[in-house]
Design a protein around this ligand. Structure first.
Ligand SMILES: Cc1cc2nc3c(=O)[nH]c(=O)nc-3n(C[C@H](O)[C@H](O)[C@H](O)COP(=O)(O)OP(=O)(O)OC[C@H]3O[C@@H](n4cnc5c(N)ncnc54)[C@H](O)[C@@H]3O)c2cc1C
Length: 503
């Protein structure tokens, strides 16, 4: 049955037909628009998330914000501002006119002028060109910081959409143009001095200066450390260095794609999120894929056994062969020998996805307080005033779990970059957002909110095998985390509940 045409909001819409704390879809000219209501206040906004074009109509309205069902970006419905990453660009906002019991959507509203920040460091240096660094630079400019921003990155590519590197881009279904987090002109337009292929060698916190490996130095008024994490590198007896590949950067991904082009069989070490996503993407490229990992079920340490088993089943249905409870012992030409005696012949290349380690060498050298990562307070400030840390390397006090935690999630890295930026400008905003990540396996996506390193009870609601379920992880009766499959809105609701914004 064909979809009924969207109502034209320029012709008016009955106020009573706009759900309170919900939205209704329509259009203005060619633009898809949502009308939302909170009591007597009516909002008209663009219908799609600016991150991956997710359908906001299927998201969640919380107060005067709307959250995207796909990757939990959050927008103000009053201003269109992207309040929380992963969206970095605003949605459109439209003026609304009330006439009697109807509302009429008018033209697009101009962006609000930028405020002057309470504090304005003389200069800001960001070490790291990943999502945390980029989101910080972006937030500094959005909050009216006019001083110099320098972003120093050891990567050869500008800040990249790393999650896509194990998913569509590796599978061959996304263009390389999807990968940069910001377009070509962004850095020049925003006067952000992005310096690529550049490694910072040391930080002098007394002199407030970073020193590059190439001898150059930069003074800073405030500093953000966002050096992220590096993949753990394995050496496998018998394997030539170039036959074991790792995945962190666009260059790493292109190296895997180049090897896949002429390969028939790949072996993935590690049944973690990245290992499994790589397996899925290589299957999409029609390679024969074997996964070797020591655990008994993939992902059981993070998602528990049942959900891990379901995801394993999805991969097996797509033709992945698992060798669990085993490790790679050695490589003999193209034959891989496992610890349980199994041999896998004709392996063209290996991808190792065996975890990452936070890149903390600089922080250690600078004398910052460490705690299995860089220790930060609720404002993401390190033990050194004026030096902040965000992203994969930072361990922060998480009010939801009551623990000091460090995670390796894209959205958390960006949101911490945003919070650190605001705090550099004196806005004193504690980072108290609920951690969120997603992982994609073929057409099955797992959304996860919260943080549970251990749990004493797991409840599964719904149909695991039917890929329509909510899995709740509890400790002492308290909900620590919720994973969902096929229930995007339930994931948003769980997040809002953990924030205390939903009953
Ligand atoms: C293939 C892949 C898929 C992923 N998929 C997901 C997913 O689906 N969902 C999810 O939530 N997360 C995912 N992640 C994790 C997510 O990408 C990371 O959590 C995120 O990138 C961390 O951001 P960051 O800015 O802290 O660090 P990074 O992205 O690691 O960036 C660190 C930056 O610091 C630079 N750097 C390091 N040392 C120096 C130095 N001394 N001098 C100068 N620069 C330096 C690096 O060059 C880099 O630019 C994925 C990661 C990868 C690699």
């Amino acid at each position: 049955m064909a979809d009924s045409p969207l109502p034209d909001f320029s012709k008016g819409h009955a106020l009573a037909d706009i759900p309170d704390n919900g939205v209704v879809a329509g259009k203005i000219g060619d633009d898809e628009v949502l009308l939302g209501r909170r009591g007597e206040q009516v909002f008209a906004i663009g219908a799609h998330c600016t991150h991956y074009h997710g359908p906001l109509a299927k998201g969640l309205v919380v107060g005067d914000t709307i959250r995207c069902p796909w990757h939990h970006a959050c927008f103000s419905m009053t201003t269109g501002e992207p309040l929380r990453a992963p969206a970095l660009d605003p949605i459109d906002c439209y003026d609304v006119e009330h006439k009697g019991d109807r509302v009429f959507v008018k033209g697009k509203r101009a962006a609000a002028p930028k405020q002057t920040p309470p504090v304005s460091p003389e200069s800001i240096v960001i070490v790291g060109g990943g999502p945390a660094g980029l989101a910080a630079a972006d937030m500094l400019r959005r909050h009216g910081y006019l001083g110099p921003i320098t972003m120093l990155s050891a990567d050869e590519a500008p800040p990249s959409d790393r999650p896509n590197l194990s998913k569509e881009y590796l599978a061959g279904t996304a263009q390389e143009s999807w990968i940069p987090l910001k377009g070509d002109d962004y850095f020049a337009d925003q006067k952000i001095d992005l310096v690529l292929n550049t490694r910072v060698a040391s930080i002098d916190v007394d002199q407030r200066r970073v020193q590059l490996e190439n001898g150059h130095g930069y003074p800073y008024g405030a500093l953000l450390l966002a050096t992220g994490a590096d993949p753990v590198h394995l050496t496998i007896p018998g394997a030539a260095a170039g036959d074991v590949l790792f995945l962190r950067t666009l260059a790493d991904c292109n190296a895997i794609i180049a090897r896949a082009a002429s390969a028939k069989r790949a072996l993935v070490i590690g049944a973690s999120f990245i290992g499994l996503e790589v397996a899925a993407s290589l299957r999409e490229r029609k390679l024969d894929v074997h996964v070797v990992a020591p655990e008994t079920q993939p992902l059981e340490r993070v998602l528990d056994t049942d959900l891990g088993k379901m995801i394993r089943g999805v991969h097996e249905q797509h033709g992945v062969t698992f060798h669990l409870g085993a490790k790679v012992e050695r490589v003999d030409e193209r034959k891989v020998v496992l610890s349980d005696g199994t041999t896998i012949a004709d392996v063209d290349f290996i991808v190792a996805g065996v975890g990452v380690r936070p890149s903390i060498a600089l922080a250690e050298q600078a004398g910052l307080t460490m705690d299995r990562g860089v220790s930060v307070n609720e404002f993401l400030e390190t033990s050194e005033p004026g030096v902040f840390a965000a992203g994969d390397l930072a361990r922060w006090p998480d009010p939801h779990s009551g623990e000091r935690i460090r995670v390796e999630h894209f959205v958390v890295a960006e949101r911490q970059g945003q919070a650190a930026a605001k705090n550099m400008l004196g806005l004193r905003e504690p980072f108290d957002l609920v951690p969120f990540f997603w992982s994609q396996h073929y057409d099955v996506t797992v959304n996860y909110v919260g943080h549970a390193e251990k749990w004493d009870k797991v409840d599964v609601d719904g149909d695991l095998e039917g890929q329509d379920c909510t899995v709740t992880y509890r400790q002492g009766g308290r909900v620590l985390a919720v994973a969902t499959v096929g229930r995007d809105k339930a994931s948003l609701e769980a997040e809002a509940r953990m924030e205390g914004n939903l009953k």
